[in-house]
Design a protein around this ligand. Structure first.
Ligand code: AMP
Length: 275
């Protein structure tokens, strides 16, 4: 496995490659969720690139940029064992320039739900993903459904800017108790972790209610609130949207995503269910 730190180093290795390239962008502190994306990229491509970059522009002032978990050495080993060809770990000054051109998230879909709670977050996400896609030039780029709105906006950017890459959505990986894996789960105390299970439990119960025939989005969201409110410290939102992130009044199987964002202690958690 080659480790590249600059665009030039990366380009030298990349230019010698033939065949398809799969790309998994991450912020590191790799877990089984990331690994499932890497494995899928490994199965579907000649070459696999993983990037690790804690992107400063997607953190709002006061968020956890400084304390975001960084595990360089462990991450390197995980990538090596997973058969990654190239691990790209740039520094912020290689990625960003002074007074640079900016990509902006769409005014509606970029500013509802996650975008309302974290205004500007998706501008930073799209800015860095655009750069990474242009540096890596992958055929396929792998993103988790865990970050459903991010996935929808990146797919929109690829469409709106005619980027020559296929975005591959990947299933959410959970712990055996249901908690969706996240690098931020390490912030949770044992007691908070127990309460955090309310997110996946609420989604599961909502899923069952839909299976039993309920189609009114408001009834489903009310069920989720009832599970969540006794357990979490602050419920930011529950929502039912279609795959393009338009709000839905009636659930449509095959086109609905149920979403939740909540604080447990000082940790903000998100989860969702694709119905
Ligand atoms: P991050 O390092 O949090 O930026 O995540 C990098 C990629 O891994 C994103 O596409 C995430 O959606 C994906 N990812 C994170 N957690 C999970 C999970 N539990 N299951 C599936 N994909 C995930």
């Amino acid at each position: 496995m080659v480790v590249a730190r600059s665009v030039e180093e990366f380009g030298k290795v990349r230019s010698g490659w033939k065949g398809s390239v799969g790309f998994v962008p991450t912020m590191g502190a790799l877990h089984e969720g990331h690994l499932s994306l890497i494995r899928r990229a490994r199965e579907e491509n000649e070459r696999v690139v993983v990037s690790i970059f804690v992107n400063p522009t997607q953190f709002l002032p006061g968020e956890d940029l400084e304390k975001y978990p960084r595990k360089k050495e462990a991450d390197r080993k995980i990538c090596e064992l997973a058969g990654v060809d190239l691990l790209y770990m740039p520094t912020a000054d290689q990625i960003y320039h002074e007074d640079e051109l900016r990509i902006e998230a769409p005014k509606i879909r970029g500013y509802i739900l996650e975008g309302a709670s974290r205004p500007g977050h998706f501008d930073g996400v799209l800015q860095v993903v655009m750069k990474l896609l242009n540096i890596v030039r992958p055929d396929h780029a792998y993103f988790g459904k865990k970050d459903a709105q991010q996935l929808a906006l990146i797919s929109q950017m690829v469409r709106d800017y005619f980027l020559p890459v296929e975005i591959v959505p990947c299933e959410i990986v959970r712990d055996s108790d249901g908690l969706a894996l996240s690098s931020r789960n390490i912030y949770l105390s044992p007691e908070e972790r127990r309460r955090a299970l309310a997110l996946s439990r609420a989604l599961k119960r909502a899923g069952k209610q839909i299976q039993a025939g309920e189609r009114e989005a408001e009834a489903i969201l009310e069920t989720m609130r009832q599970v969540l409110e006794p357990e979490v410290d602050e419920l930011e939102y529950v929502a039912a949207v279609d795959r393009s992130f338009r709000a839905m009044k009636r659930i449509e199987e095959g086109d609905t995503i149920l979403l939740v964002a909540a604080w447990v202690g000082r940790t903000r958690l998100i989860d969702n269910l694709w119905v």
